[in-house]
Ligand binder design. Structure first.
Ligand SMILES: [Ca+2]
Ligand SMILES: [Ca+2]
Ligand SMILES: [Ca+2]
Ligand SMILES: [Ca+2]
Ligand SMILES: [Zn+2]
Length: 699
């Protein structure tokens, strides 16, 4: 498949060399001291230098199969070698590994007598035995440096990772003591900006070890997940300090330069058991990102026009295939489990040896990365709002399903715990984050209120509307500078907005009886709340409302749940924003006085009779009505009674009769004003006042 040139350039720092089987005639260069090549400065680690070539030739000559070598940045050593590196055999893994390391010490930069390595760890797994050697120098540990040797169950070395720091030469006299280094680390810890840091908690030094910090920071190498031999930072004598804290519970490791006191590196030792990889994605999609509605699918072809829309992003939470400890990295994490085996077509699941998932849109892995990234990120956002139980699970997602048709869906089975699949007709639907967010919206609602939103009519329309809203608000949150976040699916449908979240649809006259079309009423309502309160508050209210809604909520019940959520979370601080947004869409009550009749009784009392009707589609809350005497000649308007109106169901009405003293000698009328304080947002606020006929003075 075609890949653009930029995609290849990004891999330039690490070049995998598949070495052909050529028998070397050169003499083995066993005694090559590191000093002999130390002067060579290699800027780009594109190819191995002569000594490394000889060492690789020697290895090749001994092995029956192909050897794949990833050359370290310095060009003088390997970062990784894989292949049939030794023949299978019955010997103990340690013996085989030691012999291999001794014989091929120049590959990784160590000594043939292994005096600079110490076996640190040995673990068994289904693939075999995994030995980790720690590099030492003059009796000191070289932190995080060394060599990993992996042997198959048949006893053959098949994989070696190298993090050896070659050519060490430094003064091992510490001028900073362990106590001083611990103080430095504590000071740094107190200002780490962590929640609760610097409060009353106890921080103790759990470990203080003098050693050597070699190479650069593995996390800072661009695009790289696994550390490699980095030549950027010079090795230095350092204290490794581990601090433990109990408020909040935590542990943090510091490498402190033992001669200058500088903090060389610090790292949080609290991990979630998963690793962070990297992936290439659209965010949200190329049409929106490039502002180019002319982009076309061209049968899933990549091309240079897409190049600027590709973003390289972190993929947190990835795990390894076997018990999350061994094997290749998979797109499986705490919140998403990508598997192409749920729906047809059944494609192979993508894996990565090092956590890098850098695909282009013409490759099937691209949709898998899109689904993983956008779902993982939005779930982390949900949690940042304080929700720990809104679809907080590893949802199964099939990036290529629906037998290939141009659609996507969430399948709510089992209720609350279903899966998502994306079709591939036209543009692969998972190439558009709008579609990913939309489907995840269904999954969120179903997880919060199992089965409640899975129905036709206004019930399903709240699902579709929320999904569209979730897509547009995520666009706003993640790409605030992009225009037109209200356009949904502009890439999935090649430059056309599938739907919009800022339409003028009004309930009930614009109801079409189709959940997606009717969902535009709901999405616009939710967007109006977000415009009034800001997206985080709106999202908090909206997500909370899903818990509070009844089974099979219609629009009015959904609006009531929004109001209840604001009442519960914020004491009703956003009631006006919430109820006005609903009322503007026609989803509210409409109180109106009707049938007013005033029978004059003079000083013995007028009889005033009127009805208050709820003409709206939704029930009204309790309000009051003000009854006033108005003298048109003077403009005088005096309240003479107030009437409490209990909650009125939709289409309900309540009749009131009052006996009120009249105004002898004047021409006046009675005026009823429903909800004078504006407590109830209504679909029609202009029909709340009704006047009686004028009462003339008795002759
Ligand atoms: Ca599939
Ligand atoms: Ca594709
Ligand atoms: Ca969009
Ligand atoms: Ca009204
Ligand atoms: Zn939908």
């Amino acid at each position: 498949m075609l890949r653009p040139p930029h995609a290849l350039l990004r891999h330039a720092p690490i070049v995998a060399l598949l070495l052909a089987l050529v028998v070397s005639s050169g003499a083995p260069n066993v005694g090559a001291a590191p000093a002999a090549v130390a002067a060579a400065v290699v800027a780009a680690a594109a190819s191995p230098d002569a000594a490394l070539r000889r060492a690789l030739d020697r290895l090749r000559a001994e092995t029956p199969g192909a050897v794949e070598a990833v050359v370290a940045d310095d060009g003088r050593h390997v970062a990784t070698i894989r292949g049939a590196l030794t023949p299978p055999g019955p010997e103990a893994p340690r013996v085989v590994a030691d012999r291999f390391l001794s014989r091929h010490a120049s590959l990784y930069g160590g000594r043939a007598d292994l005096s600079d390595l110490r076996l640190e760890n040995s673990q068994a797994s289904p693939t075999g035995r995994h030995l980790r050697y720690r590099q030492t120098w003059r009796g000191l540990s070289v932190f995080d440096a060394g060599v990993d040797v992996h042997l198959s169950t048949a006893g053959a070395v098949f994989l070696v990772h190298n993090r050896f720091v070659p050519g060490l030469a430094l003064d091992t006299t510490a001028t900073f003591t362990a106590v001083e280094a611990g103080r430095r680390a504590r000071d740094r810890f107190a200002h780490a900006g962590r929640p609760g840091a610097g409060q009353a908690g106890v921080t103790t030094v759990a470990l203080a070890e003098l050693g050597i910090a070699g190479g650069g920071d593995p996390a800072s190498a661009t695009g790289s997940v696994a550390g490699s031999v980095a030549a950027s930072a010079p090795p230095r004598l350092a204290w490794r300090i581990v601090l433990r804290s109990n408020e909040p519970a935590g542990a943090r490791e510091y490498l402190i330069d033992a001669r200058t006191g500088a903090v060389v590196r610090d790292r949080d030792l609290v991990v979630d058991g998963h690793l962070t990889g990297s992936g290439r994605v659209f965010d949200p999609n190329p049409v929106a990102y490039l502002g180019d509605p002319t982009l076309r699918d061209n049968n899933d072809a990549d091309g240079p026009t897409f190049a600027p829309a590709y973003l390289e992003v972190a993929l947190p939470g990835l795990s390894r295939m076997y018990w999350d400890r061994f094997g290749p990295v998979t797109l499986s994490g705490p919140y998403v489990r990508i598997t192409d085996l749920i729906e047809s077509p059944f494609l192979a699941n993508v894996t990565s040896p090092d956590g890098r998932f850098l695909f282009t849109r013409d490759q099937d892995g691209f949709e898998a990365v899109m689904a993983y990234f956008h779902i993982d990120r939005t779930q982390r956002y949900i949690q940042s709002l304080g929700f720990t139980a809104v679809n907080n699970r590893a949802i199964r997602v099939d990036p290529h399903g629906l037998r290939g048709v141009q659609n996507a869906h969430y399948v709510g089975f089992p209720p609350g715990g279903g899966w998502i699949a994306f079709g591939t007709g036209g543009v692969d639907l998972a190439e558009d984050a709008d579609v990913v967010w939309h489907e995840y919206g269904h999954a969120m609602q179903d997880n919060q209120n199992p089965g409640a939103y899975t129905f036709l009519g206004e019930i399903g329309a709240q699902g579709e509307g929320f999904g569209d809203y979730w897509a547009s608000v995520n666009t706003v949150l993640t790409n605030p500078a992009l225009p037109d976040p209200e356009c949904i699916g502009e890439w999935a449908f090649e430059g056309v907005c599938l739907r919009r979240t800022d339409g003028a649809k009004h309930y009930p006259e614009d109801i079409e009886g189709e959940v997606h079309a009717d969902g535009e009423i709901w999405s616009a309502l939710l967007r109006d709340i977000a415009l009034a309160t800001g997206p985080d508050v709106a999202n908090t209210i909206i997500l909370e409302s899903h818990f509070l809604a009844p089974m099979f909520p219609r629009f009015c019940a959904g609006a009531a749940a929004l109001r209840d959520a604001d009442d519960t979370l914020y004491g009703g601080a956003h009631r006006d924003a919430v109820t006005s947004a609903a009322a503007e869409r026609g989803i509210a009550a409409d109180l109106a006085p009707t049938g007013i009749a005033a029978t004059p009784g003079g000083s013995t009392g007028d009889l005033v009779r009127f009805t208050i009707t709820n003409r709206g589609p939704c029930g009204a809350g309790a309000v009051s009505a003000s009854v006033r005497q108005v003298v048109p000649a003077t403009g005088s308007e005096v309240e003479v009674a107030t009437v409490a109106v209990d909650p009125l169901a939709a289409r309900g009405s309540v009749e009131t009769t009052l006996s009120l003293p009249g105004i002898p000698g004047a021409t006046y009328l009675y005026r009823v004003v429903v909800d004078p304080a504006g407590a109830e947002a209504e679909t029609n606020e202009s029909n709340n006042i009704l006047d009686s006929a004028e009462i003339a003075p008795a002759p």
